[in-house]
Design a binder for this molecule. Structure first.
Ligand SMILES: Cc1cc2nc3c(=O)[nH]c(=O)nc-3n(C[C@H](O)[C@H](O)[C@H](O)COP(=O)(O)OP(=O)(O)OC[C@H]3O[C@@H](n4cnc5c(N)ncnc54)[C@H](O)[C@@H]3O)c2cc1C
Ligand SMILES: NC(=O)C1=CN([C@@H]2O[C@H](COP(=O)(O)OP(=O)(O)OC[C@H]3O[C@@H](n4cnc5c(N)ncnc54)[C@H](OP(=O)(O)O)[C@@H]3O)[C@@H](O)[C@H]2O)C=CC1
Ligand SMILES: CC(C)=CCC[C@@H](C)[C@H]1CC[C@H]2C3=C(CC[C@]12C)[C@@]1(C)CC[C@H](O)C[C@@H]1CC3
Length: 499
């Protein structure tokens, strides 16, 4: 036991040696390889023609699966270590793997204000492509490595979500290969039910092969206002006021550094900065959340931030979770000499984490987001403070429409919810392991909240069905003959499926 503890301590405490001397250079070289590969691909091939061959390849694999007798369900062949979560999707080893490795941007339609992309295209690729030509996605989730396929089949949220909703709400159409090997296009006007059933379905209705997304005109900078708050009441009042402000804020989110101390941030797109630009994305700059914390000393302030730097403000520090791995990573010496190689790729961190490190994370830390009605956010934060005391805490408001599907507002109208992001070490003396976790699940139920599912769920199948509306999903699964082809969502996100 003592030996295990010592090993745990050493592996965790000194992980930075491996990360700094091996993973950082690997991540940097890999990024260069990806940029070159995409560029060569872009110059040498017509992505739209290539796309048709890629779709046929997916269809061919599904038809081969049909011939095998359909004994084991299918899933994508994307390896588990590439998926954005601490746990590994264990089902990948058991299921029939279908290659859906499609990572090209297929084109932009300025007239219709849409962009067509393949599912393995990531958010960093899209923001780098769109912003220089004067466009952007209405919602740009902050980690560059998140893929469109993952965000559609899972869920995505960002500080513009109070205005535009979740990532699914900026989707215009999907192209999917179904269980019988046919290709289908769905949108708000054709195959509507399937269109609404795909978000949150975790690849259990078909294989996504293309996504059409809404785009909006972009500007060069974000004028970001930092408003420090000194109590939970003040935080909630300011938050609610900024979300509902009639003149509009393009971006609203907040970081609580303790129960009584936080910073609410509001932003708008501008072309002309009124003072020196702060390019927070540069390698030698402070981690963003540390920069935000500094406003407790200076009071309310405004920054002009290049748009792409703003969108990916949490990429370099993986929100605040990088501090656990490289504790001195925000020191100026480290930033100036090694910052240009950061961050280590999430996928590489995951691939190289030992079983002991993974267990330690699951035992002592929480990486989880819950989606809570605005009206009960204050109570939920108080619960988190008592039970877990994990800070910083991310607060990201979003609009939940009553469109059909797995997750929708619980009334006939749009409702405001808040994504509460808990990423870090449990510090509360009241934490009692499973007992606390179970109380947490019960509290979510009472508050009519949802869990984000990238981190999996510990809910039972019944609790899961109670939390999420399966009406449309069940109907579509039946009509598309998914029973043998794909598992149910629960079978992909429950604790046994991920470990
Ligand atoms: C966000 C989150 C939500 C979870 N929700 C649930 C849930 O609803 N239901 C559920 O059954 N499991 C839940 N778990 C998992 C649970 O905590 C255990 O990690 C898991 O069930 C494995 O149990 P184990 O006994 O094999 O773990 P082991 O690693 O063998 O044992 C560790 C146990 O000690 C507990 N523990 C750690 N610190 C303390 C402490 N200070 N005081 C008392 N106990 C402590 C851990 O929670 C864990 O149960 C959740 C985990 C996370 C991160
Ligand atoms: N700001 C935000 O909103 C953030 C969101 N996240 C979460 O991260 C996840 C995305 O991570 P990412 O690594 O990109 O995705 P993952 O590889 O984790 O994929 C997520 C799910 O989407 C399915 N999927 C992906 N592509 C396809 C496809 N082409 N066809 C069918 N199913 C597909 C996968 O199916 P299969 O199991 O078959 O592989 C899997 O179940 C989302 O769930 C999101 O909620 C994380 C951080 C921030
Ligand atoms: C904004 C939303 C909705 C979620 C943000 C979640 C992220 C903070 C986490 C998603 C995947 C997480 C992983 C890690 C840190 C936190 C996330 C980026 C690790 C890098 C932590 C160290 C482990 O060894 C590997 C983890 C992989 C996933």
């Amino acid at each position: 036991m003592n030996l295990e503890r010592t090993l745990e301590y050493v592996l965790h405490r000194y992980r930075w040696i491996f990360v700094c001397f091996f993973l950082l250079p690997c991540s940097f070289l890999y990024d260069i390889y990806v940029v070159l590969r995409n560029w060569i691909h872009f110059c040498s091939k017509d992505a739209s023609i290539e796309h048709q061959y890629k779709v046929k390849h997916v269809q061919k694999q599904v038809k081969e699966w049909i011939k095998t007798g359909q004994k084991i369900p299918m899933c994508t062949a994307r390896p588990g270590w590439k998926s954005t979560s601490v746990q590994d999707p264990q089902y990948k080893n058991k299921f029939y793997n279908i290659e859906v490795d499609m990572s090209d941007i297929l084109g932009i339609n300025e007239k219709n204000k849409t962009i067509l992309v393949e599912p393995s295209v990531n958010i960093g690729q899209i923001s780098a492509y769109l912003i220089p030509v004067g466009w952007t996605l209405p919602i740009v989730p902050e980690l560059e490595s998140l893929t469109v396929g993952g965000l559609v089949n899972g869920q995505g949220v960002e500080s513009s979500s109070h205005k535009y909703g979740l990532f699914q709400h900026i989707c215009v159409s999907f192209e999917v290969v179904l269980a019988d090997g046919s290709v289908l296009k769905c949108s708000k006007v054709e195959n509507t039910d399937i269109f609404y059933a795909i978000p949150w379905s975790y690849g259990t209705l078909g294989f996504l092969t293309a996504v059409e997304l809404q785009i909006i005109p972009s500007k060069k900078f974000v004028e970001l206002t930092y408003q420090p708050v000194y109590s939970l009441d003040e935080a909630m009042d300011s938050f609610e006021k900024e979300i509902k402000r009639r003149t509009g804020n393009e971006f609203v989110d907040g970081i609580m550094f303790s129960k009584d101390r936080g910073v609410i941030m509001t932003g708008n797109l501008v072309d002309t900065p009124k003072k020196t630009v702060n390019a927070i994305g540069n390698w030698y700059k402070q981690w963003f959340y540390k920069h935000v914390e500094s406003f407790f000393e200076t009071g309310k302030a405004i920054d002009y931030i290049p748009l792409r730097d703003y969108y990916h403000r949490h990429t370099r520090s993986l929100f605040w979770t990088i501090e656990e791995i490289i504790p001195f990573g925000n020191h100026w010496v480290f930033r100036w000499f090694f910052g240009w190689m950061t961050p280590p790729k999430i996928a590489f961190l995951k691939l190289t984490q030992t079983e002991i490190i993974k267990k330690l994370y699951l035992k002592t830390q929480v990486i989880h987001d819950t989606l809570v009605p605005l009206s009960t956010t204050k109570d939920m934060i108080s619960f988190y403070d008592e039970a877990y005391k994990i800070y910083p805490l991310w607060l990201c408001p979003f609009k939940l429409t009553n469109e059909p599907g797995f997750v929708h507002s619980k009334s006939d109208e749009d409702e405001f919810y808040v994504d509460i992001g808990l990423y870090g070490r449990i510090n509360s003396n009241n934490f009692e392991g499973n007992k606390t976790h179970i109380e947490h699940l019960q509290t979510l139920k009472k508050k009519k909240a949802y869990e984000m599912l990238y981190a999996g769920t510990y809910a039972t199948r019944e609790e899961f069905r109670e939390m999420f509306d399966h009406t449309l999903y069940d109907r579509i699964r039946k009509s598309l003959s998914c029973e043998k082809a794909f598992p149910e969502i629960y079978n992909k996100v429950n604790k046994e499926a991920r470990n």
